[in-house]
Structures are given as C-alpha cells and as structure tokens.
Ligand binder design. Structure first.
Ligand code: C2O
Ligand code: CU
Length: 497
C-alpha cells in the first residue's frame, strides 16, 4: 500500500476516534444534573398534537418561571373547619414483627404501617405532618387521591421536604370513595421501603354499617421479610357467619403482588379506589395488585374458614367462626384479568371519542449517562432523564396516552392527580369501566388510556417500582400556565424519587 494512503487512513481513524470520544463526552456532559434545578427546566415538551401556547418554540421546556399560576397557590380549602383531623409524626423507630424479629424502620407515630386513616366521602381532611427526626426530610403523598396540586406532597415539585423539627399541613376534600394509601415522596425509593406509609380509606358518607367487617390489608416487605399490616405471620380473626366482609388490599412494595382468597366465592368490588360498576362472582382465581395499586375483595363470610394469602408468604389472614382455624394456603394458577372482568356500563368517554391530545409513552432502555454515570438507562420515548418528555395539557382537555413497554420487566405506571380509564390493551378493548391510577405494563404490552385534564398543576407520571423511578423512569404532566416555585436539590435537599 502506498505510504500516503496508509497515512490518510491512520489520520481518518484518529479523527473518527476523537469525534467518538467527543460525542460520548458531550453525552456525559449533558447528562449531569445541577445541584438545584426546576423540573420544568429540562424536559422535552410534548403537546400531543394539541394547541401550543403562544411564544413557545415548541422544542424545550423553558416555560419561564414566575408567569401564570404557581403550584403553591393550588391549595385545598383553607378556612373551613375540618371534618377529620390527624397528626402524623415521622420518626425513626425499632419496630417488632409478630415473629419477634425487629426492624429499624422509618415510622409515622412510631408504627409502620402508619395509622390507618379513615374519613368519609365529602369530609374536609386536615393532616399535620411533623418531622421529628428523619434527617433526609419527609412529605406525604396521597396516592390515588386526586387532591389539589399543592396538597400532593411531592418534594421539589409541590412543596419543600419537611426537615426535622418542621411541619406541614395538608388540607383537601375527600371527594372520591375507596381504598388509597399515603406515603412520603422524598427519597421515596428508600423512605417508603423503610416504612413511611399507611392506608387511607375514604368510607361512604354514612360510614361503614355496623356488623360489617372492613379491613385494610397493607402488604410490605421489611428488610426482605414479607408482612401484612406489619405482621410476618398468619393472623387469625373470628368472624361470624354471614358477616359482609371487605378486604382492601394495598401493595406498598416495588413488585406486583399476587393475592389469593380461598374458601369462599368473592367479587373484586373496586380497583385503585374506584368501585367497579357491575361484577361477577369469582372463585379459584388469584388477584394481581400492581406496586402502589389497590384491590377491594368482598364476600359474605361462610360457615367454613377463609384464607387470604399473598404469593408464598407466611404472612396472611385466616378468618373463621372461632378465630382459631388454619385453612391451608393455596395459590390458584389462573389470575384475574381486569381487562375482561367488568361488564359494560356507561362511560364519560370512549376509544372513539375526540381527544384533544394524544401522547405516546414508550418505555425502554439504552446505553447512556444518568447524571454523569454510565450504564444501561431507562428511556421514555427514547430519552434519558432529565430530558424525558413533559406532557403539556390545558384544563378541560380530553387526553389519550398510549403506554408501551418495549423493554423488560413490569412497570407500574402511576399518574398523580388523575384517574385513567383503560381503553385497550394490545388492541383489545376493556370489557367494562376500568379506572386506574397505577397500571402494570408488562413486557411487550401496549395500553391505551384516557383521562380528563381537570386538576391543574404539575403532576408526576412515574413508575411505582420506586427503584426504577429513582433510576429515571419519571416524568410530568404539566398544565398550561402552571409553574412550580420549588426546586429539586436546593437548600431543602428535595429529592422526590
Ligand atoms: Cu405513590 Cu408518585 O407515588
Ligand atoms: Cu418500572
């Protein structure tokens, strides 16, 4: 080979290598997060084919802070007297499980789960959060309750984290009815795992009728030990025959949980705090609850014992006339598919409706940098956090979102402040009304959901496998004209994930 060509080839290879290094260097550089930033600073604005506000170039998220409505002003009723009032004190505590094992936990009022809060539909709820000694700060998010934005409890988006010695008051009207839960939304991947959560039940306006058994069943894994309502053993309870029973299952873990109710036919009366319109009795099927999701099982207590199990856990619940029976655990092979369970009923909108905005949310992974760290990173529409999409909506919009899992694993996608109506999965329509706030999207699945944008604010839309969220599987739905004065990082060390 002539020497001149060899030299050119070597030079070309060198230039390409340098360009490659430069390109990777730029990816690294662009991925680094500043110590303090506003969630609206980085996102890729997505208008879903709807109108674009005047004066916006449509490409980036710089909406100009300080114009329009501040998240901080979107509060619940301030002056009226509350109908239900609670104080939750966050502190570290050593808790003892039923087996005698103890766990260093983060607690509300010295317990985990924290106290079960029960209110009635229509109540004005006031909860004072006091942080006694949680160094990293605490907030309370009302998972599934569509509260005004400033009551949503997201550190760095809707408020500052509450530091030790400080407090914060949440006020909202409980206008839904059903099973919800509350949890910290500051460093939630760690703080929720360690115990800062509890059940939140909104009863009917008249309350629970005497003679009914109505129980929240909170499943959580502490240090690898599975528990139900803080017990790692089978709990037994005496229930008279013919008692109407409602078990409100809450999954606070990062993985989906499979529950089985054996010894009786039952119905799934509600999912994610929304009563199903009409339902058929079930027997010999298990019920999968997504991470963060809820399911209410109802039945009439038979003469013989009934058992609630979760996966192959030792923790569980045995109900019997004398409270002493130990019914065998068993896990039906078939599990309920909510897409096919409901019966047709009137809906506020349908797949055929005219949507004001149509978004896609495609979840996958690719090699890249997350805050300067190399690795395989989660992507939303091909983008790595914080360059993920921001769905821009206007109040009143009917919004359609196609959520697709193009990668591996299960992603329980949770939208704050709204309930989503499931329209279809992989092209198959839902049989009846199926409303969710937390939807498990499995490998290869593509859901179409819809919601009405009628709760202004900046709302998180994220995976409720909280580890995934902390690894960047998180984004926002932002209303036109709404900005947040709070920042991630900052003197308050706000870190919602
Ligand atoms: Cu249960 Cu963003 O949370
Ligand atoms: Cu996930």
């Amino acid at each position: 080979m002539p020497r001149i060509i060899t030299r050119s080839a070597v030079a070309l290879v060198c230039v390409l290598a340098l360009a490659g290094v430069g390109w990777i260097g730029k990816l690294w550089y662009d991925s680094r997060l500043p110590g303090t930033y506003n969630v609206m600073d980085f996102g890729t604005m997505d208008y879903g084919g709807g109108s674009i506000p005047a004066g916006v170039d449509g490409s980036s998220g710089h909406q100009g802070h300080g114009v329009g409505t501040s998240v901080a002003d979107l509060r619940g009723p301030q002056s009226e007297h509350p109908d239900a009032e609670f104080t939750l004190r966050a502190r570290e505590a050593r808790i003892r499980l039923a087996s005698g094992r103890s766990v260093d936990a983060l607690t509300f009022n010295g317990r985990s789960p924290g106290p079960e809060l029960r209110v009635r539909r229509g109540d004005l709820v006031q909860v004072t959060l006091a942080n006694e000694d949680i160094e990293s700060g605490v907030t309370i998010h009302w998972h599934g309750v569509d509260v005004p934005n400033a009551e949503d409890g997201v550190a760095g988006v809707t408020q500052d984290a509450v530091l030790p010695g400080k407090s914060y008051v949440y006020r909202f009207r409980a206008s839904q009815q059903g099973t919800f839960w509350y949890h910290t939304h500051q460093i939630s991947a760690r703080e929720v795992r360690r115990g800062l959560f509890g059940a939140f039940v909104i009863e009917p306006p008249v309350g629970i009728l005497g003679g009914e058994l109505d129980l929240a069943i909170v499943a959580h894994t502490f240090d690898g030990v599975p528990t139900i309502n803080g017990s790692d053993l089978l709990e037994r309870r005496a229930v008279a025959q013919a008692t109407p029973v409602r078990l409100r299952l809450v999954n606070t873990d990062n993985a989906p949980r499979r529950f089985a109710l054996t010894g009786t036919p039952f119905r799934v009366a509600a999912l994610d705090g929304t009563e199903l319109a009409r339902t058929l009795p079930l027997r010999n099927v298990s019920v999968d609850v997504p991470a963060g999701g809820r399911a209410d099982l109802v039945f009439e207590m038979p003469a013989t014992p009934v058992r609630l199990s979760a996966d192959n856990w030792a923790a569980g619940l045995a109900l019997s006339a004398d409270g002493k029976a130990t019914p065998p655990a068993s896990m039906p092979a078939e599990s309920l598919d909510p897409l096919k369970y409901g019966l047709p009923a009137p809906l506020p909108f349908a797949a055929s409706s005219q949507f004001d905005r149509r978004f896609e949310l495609r979840i996958d992974k690719k090699p890249g940098f997350l805050d300067g760290r190399p690795g395989m990173q989660w992507t939303l529409n091909g983008k790595i956090y914080p360059h993920v999409p921001v769905f821009h909506v206007e109040r009143g919009d009917l919004v359609r979102v196609t959520i697709a899992n193009d990668g591996n694993g299960t992603h329980p996608m949770h939208l704050h402040g709204h309930h989503m109506l499931v329209l279809s999965r992989n092209g198959v329509d839902a049989a009846g009304p199926w409303w969710v706030d937390t939807l498990d999207v499995d490998e290869g699945e593509e859901y179409v959901v819809g919601f009405r944008a009628e709760n202004p604010g900046v709302w998180m839309y994220h995976c409720h496998n909280l580890r995934h969220a902390a690894q960047g599987l998180t984004m926002h739905v932002a209303y036109a004209g709404v900005t947040t004065p709070f920042n991630i990082g900052d003197a308050h060390h706000n870190l919602p994930e």
